[in-house]
Write a new protein. Structure first.
Length: 280
């Protein structure tokens, strides 16, 4: 057994991380699932008492989501329609017990290719705030995740918040995932779609795909193809060509690589149709 720390202030948590090999934990919904024993091994820093890491705040620059905010709290927020995909993903992460304990920061730090919260955050141009005794730094979520189970977060750093720029709060959005059932399942494929439309023409597009490669990715080639198109014709512009650079699925017990690739295309088409309908 290691040492269990439960500080009440961020500075105390950072001091522990700097002085030991302790790892931060919150809801532990991913941590416990990956363990063979029924107890945590090594030193841990429980961040659930850190009020600075909780809740959502809006200012002139955008939105700040505390890393220790639970998915249950996020799914119940009243936010602009551009955030609907994030709220939808929160309602589909595990069951109610997982949503009550699991946090948005933990979902990112676990760096699973099938982390449901990542595609919506990518489509919202999210950045990650990392704190340590050395200072605070900010990095785009797109750059924060480096592979399956890997990120740029250093052992003495704490993910303290996710930041969404004001410019991403426009338009409508949709989150769709495919699994063997609705809840309590690892996604076979998932997508997040956000469109800003004016006079039925797409002004901006943000589309992200998860569970189809080592990390979730933005579909920049497809986004470029969609800008200037009629929103009702958007689904017809989805093709393997404009998604080839981001889809590199594997075959496993849940699905073959070929099935995943085709599922991702279909989910994007359905997401675009759903979002187009919301502008009608």
């Amino acid at each position: 057994m290691g040492i269990y720390h439960r500080p009440g202030k961020v500075k105390d948590a950072l001091a522990v991380l700097a002085a030991s090999n302790a790892r931060p934990v919150a809801g532990c919904t991913d941590v416990f699932a990956a363990m063979e024993n029924q107890e945590l091994s090594g030193d841990v820093v429980d961040v659930t008492r850190l009020q600075e890491l909780k809740g959502v705040r809006e200012d002139s620059d955008g939105w700040r989501i505390g890393a220790a905010t639970t998915w249950r709290e996020i799914s119940q927020l009243e936010m602009p329609r551009a955030f609907e995909m994030l709220l939808q993903s929160g309602r589909e992460i595990g069951g109610v017990q997982v949503q009550n304990s699991g946090t948005i920061g933990g979902n990112i730090c676990n760096a699973s290719p099938a982390a449901d919260g990542v595609p919506p955050l990518l489509a919202l141009d999210a950045s990650v705030e990392l704190m340590s005794v050395r200072g605070t730094r900010y990095i785009r979520l797109n750059d924060f995740l480096t592979g399956a189970g890997r990120s740029v977060c250093q052992k003495d750093e704490l993910v303290s918040a996710i930041l969404i720029p004001k410019s991403s709060g426009t338009g409508h959005s949709r989150f769709l995932k495919l699994g063997a059932r609705k809840h309590l399942v690892i996604s076979i494929a998932m997508v997040a779609v956000r469109l800003d439309v004016e006079n039925s023409v797409i002004k901006t597009a943000a589309i992200a795909v998860g569970a189809c490669g080592p990390v979730a990715k933005r579909a920049f080639d497809l986004e470029i193809a969609l800008i200037g198109a009629e929103v009702g014709e958007a689904a017809g512009l989805v093709s393997q060509d404009n998604l080839a650079s981001i889809i590199a699925p594997i075959s496993d017990i849940r699905a073959t690589a070929e099935y995943r690739a085709e599922a991702a295309l279909e989910l994007i088409r359905r997401g675009l149709l759903d979002v187009a309908g919301s502008f009608a």
